[in-house]
Write a protein of this length. Structure first.
Length: 422
């Protein structure tokens, strides 16, 4: 079967048929201060990287025939209905193309070099595109609503190969590679129950907030904002001060920035340039419809995600892959967040089940009130759970004391699904 060739908009002047390369290296992050020490070698094609989800071969990037089948690819098979497209664009790539605004940089030699490197790795691009498929439409809409350049939609491809579970050596995490402190400062929940850095939708909102701040800081210069996202605003500000030119006229290309940043920003522009038809070869990419792939369904606090998946007609691991921010198989007991993202064709089934029986997804999470004389070891033994799990569920260290009146979260093993998580 032939690979589809995507014709974004045949009516665009000078627009050629092309397919966008998506595979990228895990090469940058936002830190507090932003930055990452992962080295980038511009002399080699960017490898496909990014940490796999917990569970080894449960990764959404496990090659076919080497473990379970790619669960995000299963999204298309498990959708009950496919609504008729109502978009004025032929597909989502056409919509992204029309929002690109940094074309004046595409012919830079640094960008052309990265384009050539991407074109050498067509075998990976489809797989990374499948990883982006459920979330990309939401990212595009968020960028459009803010009037930001659509090149930003391609940043997670460079940051993490669009892997929600990617983790850098310095503990930056998620598709946008936020450090925990930075993520919290931007409103993301990062704790034992939920890691908003790994949620592509929530993390995108935080990333756009951050980029807007940096773009204003650097007087409207988007490339300097991209550089600040990668190496930190302090690093970019220091490089600007070292340049004798008028700060208002300084360009990214003039600054003595870290080697990683000097590769990172051209890679983003290279992807955009290839999407604009400026490459020498056509590369395979999934044909992503310009329609919302996911719907949000409220399930409440302490909801069992495996039960929710069953009621929605999904494999539990697929629901897990669509909601990578959850760190357990149930929503947080405080109800933040209290919803799940589901394929549009499956959301209705779960809503109906919850309407008929609101308690159908309750996880039976136990809240235990510490009594005088209790110890974590004794509580773990009483409920038949491992001590390390009990400590982890309550964000406690082994040497921390507990006190009478303290509330602990306990999930008996009989209520835990058999699917691996964290």
């Amino acid at each position: 079967m032939e690979r589809p060739v995507l014709n974004l908009c045949s009516g665009f002047p000078g627009f050629v048929r092309l397919l966008l390369p998506l595979a990228v290296v895990l090469s940058g992050c936002v830190a507090a201060p932003p930055g990452q020490d992962a080295a980038s070698d511009s002399s080699e094609p960017p490898p496909l990287t990014g940490a796999a989800p917990p569970g080894g071969e449960g990764s959404v990037f496990t090659p076919r025939g080497e473990g379970r089948e790619d669960s995000l690819a299963g999204l298309r098979r498990q959708r009950v209905t496919v609504p008729e497209p109502t978009s004025r664009y032929e597909n989502l790539w056409g919509r992204i193309y029309l929002g690109l605004r940094l074309q004046q940089h595409y012919e830079r030699p640094e960008v052309r070099e990265q384009m050539r490197l991407f074109e050498r790795r067509p075998d990976y691009f489809e797989q990374v595109g499948e990883r982006a498929r459920p979330f990309l439409h939401n990212i595009v809409e968020q960028i459009e609503q803010r009037g930001m350049p659509m090149e930003i939609a391609l940043m997670p491809f460079v940051e993490s190969s669009f892997n929600p579970y990617a983790r850098s050596p310095r503990a930056a995490a998620g598709p946008w590679q936020f450090m925990a402190k930075t993520g919290r400062s931007l409103g993301l929940r990062v704790d034992e129950w939920f890691d908003g850095r790994r949620d592509p939708i929530q993390a995108t909102t935080a990333a756009l907030d951050y980029l807007e701040i940096q773009q204003q800081r650097f007087e409207g210069n988007w490339l300097l904002a991209f550089a600040a996202f990668n190496s930190g605003p302090a690093t970019v500000s220091r490089a600007v001060r070292m340049n004798p030119a008028d700060p208002a006229s300084i360009e990214f290309w003039d600054l003595p920035l870290p080697d990683e940043t000097q590769v990172h920003v051209p890679r983003i522009l290279a992807l955009a340039a290839l999407l604009s038809g400026r490459g020498e070869t056509e590369l395979p990419v999934p044909d992503i419809a310009d329609e919302q792939a996911l719907e949000r369904v409220k399930v409440g606090s302490g909801a069992n995600l495996a039960l929710a998946a069953e009621l929605a007609g999904l494999e539990p691991q697929l629901l897990r892959d669509l909601n990578p921010g959850f760190r357990h198989w149930w929503t947080p007991p405080d109800g933040d967040p209290d919803f799940v993202n589901l394929p549009s064709g499956n959301a209705g089934a779960l809503r109906l089940a919850l309407l008929q029986n609101p308690a159908s997804v309750e996880a039976d999470l136990i809240r235990y009130l510490v009594q005088p004389g209790d110890s974590m070891w004794a509580i773990a033994r009483r409920y038949g759970v491992r001590l390390e799990d009990l400590l982890r569920w309550n964000s406690l260290e082994a040497d921390q004391l507990i006190f009478p009146g303290q509330m602990l979260n306990v999930a008996p093993p009989s209520y835990q699904p058999s699917y691996p998580l964290n």
